[in-house]
Design a protein around this ligand. Structure first.
Ligand SMILES: Nc1ncnc2c1ncn2[C@@H]1O[C@H](COP(=O)(O)OP(=O)(O)OP(=O)(O)O)[C@@H](O)[C@H]1O
Length: 302
């Protein structure tokens, strides 16, 4: 192969990689305005490259370079959160999440949705505060939280969730992390959001905090004060919502539209009877811990 052949091959590969990268960026952007911005920016960058390489127009080239620099700076300000997330994902090696291909274990089923709605409804009726983080593919890891809580690794069930948020249990403070149909941990302390500090309490700010940092996770919040249900997604809080609205939102977000409108009554009946072995074990483990705690307490008193 001669010299020019090698150069052209390199150029071809360069263009192919750049196009591939551009397509990957386009596939990750969902909002129309962001898409326009990205399209305009990539057009400017490729024009600058083309003029620099093929046309001897030094002044035009300099001008376009200056415009590209100005656009890069304004986009860095505008997309602060997204760029930060991108670097976090790259730095922690979560390439599957970056490529939009989350592992199977994050796929929640309609049963998961029903269990979550059922739990939120019951907790709301009893005015029991709760915070449930549902990882839909952000691959949340202990380092993403201020405190990663206690490892649970149990099958998701309404009974277990309700038990975890019982006010007299050690793990009720903080959030419960759910991935797919599993409860991963409890007593998790989330990073707080800085938006709406004057409007919301810390439970709601924690829900906003985690969802504005990770776009594929949502948070169900039950207010202890009012029993109000809320859903946080992408740093926005929808509240107050009813159980059926929560079911609708979860079905939409989890992409499980089939579960919408399914006869909720019979499903919630099923859910109540779905006591898995592992969740039973965890409940008895928690109760054991509690009785141990009270024993120590009474011994101390004696
Ligand atoms: N960073 C956090 N991560 C997880 N849970 C948190 C965090 N901060 C507070 N919480 C939970 O929220 C509870 C305090 O809620 P607080 O009353 O301050 O907030 P709120 O938004 O007004 O909620 P509510 O309406 O339930 O009162 C704590 O006891 C704890 O369980």
């Amino acid at each position: 192969m001669n010299f020019w052949g090698i150069i052209n091959l390199k150029l071809l590969l360069d263009v192919l990689f750049a196009v591939g990268f551009g397509l990957l960026l386009f596939s990750r952007v969902k909002e129309q305005r962001t898409l326009w911005l990205l399209r305009g920016y990539l057009f400017l960058v490729s024009s600058a490259w083309f003029i620099q390489r093929y046309a001897y127009l030094p002044l035009t080239s300099k001008l376009i370079d200056a415009v590209v620099l100005a656009c890069s700076l304004s986009l860095a300000i505008l997309w602060q959160g997204e760029l930060r997330r991108l670097m976090e994902l790259l730095g922690t090696g979560r390439l599957a999440v970056l490529l939009g291909n989350p592992p199977k274990e994050f796929r929640a089923t309609s049963t998961t949705i029903t269990q979550l709605v059922d739990t939120a409804g019951k907790l709301s009726q009893n005015r029991r505060g709760a915070l449930i983080v549902v990882d839909l593919g952000s691959d949340l890891r202990p380092e993403d939280f201020l405190y990663s809580g206690t490892n649970i690794e149990a099958q998701l069930s309404t009974d277990l969730l309700i038990n975890l948020f019982a006010t007299d249990t050690p793990l009720h403070d903080g959030a419960v992390l759910v991935k797919g149909n599993k409860i991963i941990s409890a007593g998790v302390i989330l990073p707080l959001s800085r938006q709406g500090i004057s409007r919301y309490g810390t439970r709601h700010l924690a829900a906003l905090g985690i969802t504005e940092r990770f776009d594929r996770c949502i948070c169900i919040v039950v207010s202890e004060e009012t029993g109000t249900l809320s859903l946080a997604n992408q740093g926005k809080l929808e509240r107050p919502i009813t159980s059926s609205r929560l079911q609708e939102l979860l079905s939409k977000l989890i992409g499980n539209q089939n579960s919408m409108g399914a006869n909720k009554a019979s499903l919630s009946k099923n859910v109540s009877s779905q006591k898995t072995d592992s969740s039973d074990n965890i409940i008895s483990e928690i109760n054991k811990k509690e009785s141990e705690k009270s024993e120590i307490f009474t011994n101390k008193k004696d």
